[in-house]
Design a protein around this ligand. Structure first.
Ligand code: ADP
Ligand code: MG
Length: 362
C-alpha cells in the first residue's frame, strides 16, 4: 500500500571482519548500528526532489537526472531515484528531510545509510513493491554511478539486510546471505573513530581494486575468490605487491569463515585473535592502515582487549576493539593517552550493538 508521507530510518554499519573482500566476490560479516539516518518524507508529484539536511537545501528536478548531473551529497539521494528509474521503477518526486546521528566519513557508512533510507522511503511512497534485497543494487548504483564512488556491495547490503542482534554473513559471489547470532556475553565491541582522514586514501581504493583485478587476470581466474591454493597462486605471481594483495584477500575470506564458526560455537572471545590477524594483514599486506589505527589497536590490546582492527576502506576512519565489558574504561583511557602522546586529536568512542536494517518508523 502506498503512503503519502512517513518517517523511515536506515542504519550505518560496522564490518566485524572481511575487509576489501566484497569487490573480490568474497565474504563479509557486517552488522547494523543503532546510529543511522532518518528521513521524514512526503510524496510530491511535480517531478522534483526537495532535500534538506544539516541546514542545507537542494532542489533536484528528476527530468534530465543522470550519472554525474548532480554534485555533492544530493547525488547519493537523487542517485537512488535515478537508479530506480533506470531499473524500470520511475518515481515522481519527494520532499525528504534527513537527520543523522552517524558521523559522516568515519567509515561507518553514512553514505549507504543516506541511500538506503531514500530507497525504502521511495519504495513505500511509490508502492514499488521491491524487497530489501532488490533495493541493494539500486542503492549501490546511486553510490557508484551517481555519486561516483566505486565501492562494493557491502555497505548497502548491511544497511538494508541486517537484523537486530545478528551479523550478516554475505557471500558476494552467490548473493546469498545468512543471519549469524552476535552473542557478546560479557564482551563489547568498541568503535574508535580515530578522527583521522588521510587524503591519500582517495585514489588508493581504486588502486587496490585494480591490483586485485590484475592479479586475478595473471592467475587466469574471474576473481580472487577463485584462488583455492594460496601457495601455488603466490608462486605464480612475480610482482611482490600483487602477492601481498592476494595474500590478504584469500586469508581474509578464511578469517570470515573462522569468525562465523566461532560465533556459532558461542566463542566470541576467540574472535579477538582473528581481528588482530585481519589488522596485521590490512597493515602489512594490503597496506591500507594508518598510524592512528595501528596505535589504537596496539594500545587497546596492551590494555587488555582481546583484539581489534581497522574497519572500512582505510587511510582514516574507525577501528573496532573487542574487549570484556569491565575493561572498557581502561582501554579507552589507554587509547586516549596514546593519542595525546602523539599530539593527535582525542578519538571518539561508541559501543556498537547490532541493530535492525532499514525500515519505516511511522
Ligand atoms: P562514510 O560512508 O564512511 O560515512 P563516505 O565518504 O562514503 O563516508 O560518505 C560521506 C558522504 O555522505 C558525505 O560527504 C556526504 O556527502 C554524505 N552524507 C553522509 N551523511 C549525510 C547527511 N546526514 N546529510 C547529507 N549528506 C550526508
Ligand atoms: Mg561510504
Amino acid at each position: 500500500m502506498s503512503v503519502e508521507h512517513g518517517v523511515w530510518h536506515a542504519p550505518g554499519r560496522v564490518n566485524l571482519i572481511g575487509e576489501h573482500t566484497d569487490y573480490n566476490d568474497g565474504l563479509v560479516l557486517p552488522f547494523a548500528l543503532p546510529q543511522g539516518i532518518t528521513a521524514e518524507a512526503a510524496r510530491r508529484d511535480d517531478g522534483v526532489l526537495e532535500l534538506h539536511s544539516g541546514g542545507q537545501t537542494e532542489i533536484v528536478p528528476l527530468e534530465g537526472l543522470r550519472p554525474g548531473s548532480v554534485k555533492g551529497w544530493a547525488a547519493y539521494v537523487a542517485g537512488v531515484a535515478g537508479a530506480l528509474g533506470e531499473a524500470g521503477h520511475p518515481v515522481g518526486g519527494a520532499t525528504l528531510r534527513f537527520t543523522s546521528d552517524l558521523p559522516a566519513g568515519s567509515g561507518l557508512s553514512s553514505s549507504a545509510a543516506l541511500e538506503c533510507v531514500t530507497a525504502v522511503a521511495l519504495n513505500d511512497m511509490y508502492d514499488l513493491g521491491l524487497s530489501a534485497k532488490e533495493l541493494v543494487p539500486v542503492a549501490q548504483r546511486a553510490e557508484n554511478a551517481y555519486a561516483g564512488v566505486p565501492t562494493g556491495v557491502l555497505d548497502q547490503s548491511a544497511s538494508l539486510l541486517c537484523t537486530a542482534e545478528h551479523a550478516l554473513l554475505l557471500d558476494v559471489r552467490s548473493g546469498l546471505s545468512s543471519q549469524i547470532p552476535l552473542e557478546l556475553g560479557g564482551f563489547r565491541i568498541l568503535i574508535v573513530d580515530t578522527n583521522a582522514r588521510h587524503a591519500l586514501g582517495d585514489g588508493k581504493y581504486g588502486e587496490r581494486r585494480a591490483q586485485c583485478e590484475e592479479a586475478a587476470r595473471q592467475l587466469g581466474v574471474a576473481s580472487l575468490r577463485d584462488v583455492k591454493n594460496l601457495g601455488e597462486a603466490l608462486s605464480r605471481l612475480k610482482d611482490p605487491v600483487l602477492r601481498r594483495r592476494v595474500k590478504h584477500v584469500v586469508t581474509e575470506n578464511h578469517r570470515v569463515e573462522a569468525t562465523v564458526g566461532l560465533l556459532k560455537a558461542g566463542a566470541i572471545a576467540e574472535v579477538g585473535a582473528l581481528l588482530n590477524a585481519s589488522h596485521l594483514s590490512l597493515r602489512d599486506d594490503y597496506e591500507v592502515s594508518w598510524p592512528e589505527a595501528d596505535a589504537a589497536v596496539e594500545a587497546a590490546v596492551r590494555a587488555g582487549a582481546r583484539g581489534g582492527r581497522m574497519v572500512g576502506g582505510g587511510f582514516g576512519g574507525s577501528v573496532i576493539i573487542l574487549a570484556r565489558a569491565d575493561t572498557l574504561d581502561t582501554i579507552r583511557e589507554a587509547i586516549t593517552t596514546r593519542f595525546t602522546t602523539s599530539s593527535w586529536p582525542t578519538p571518539d568512542y561508541l559501543i556498537a550493538t547490532a541493530a535492525p536494517g532499514a525500515h519505516r518508523l511511522s
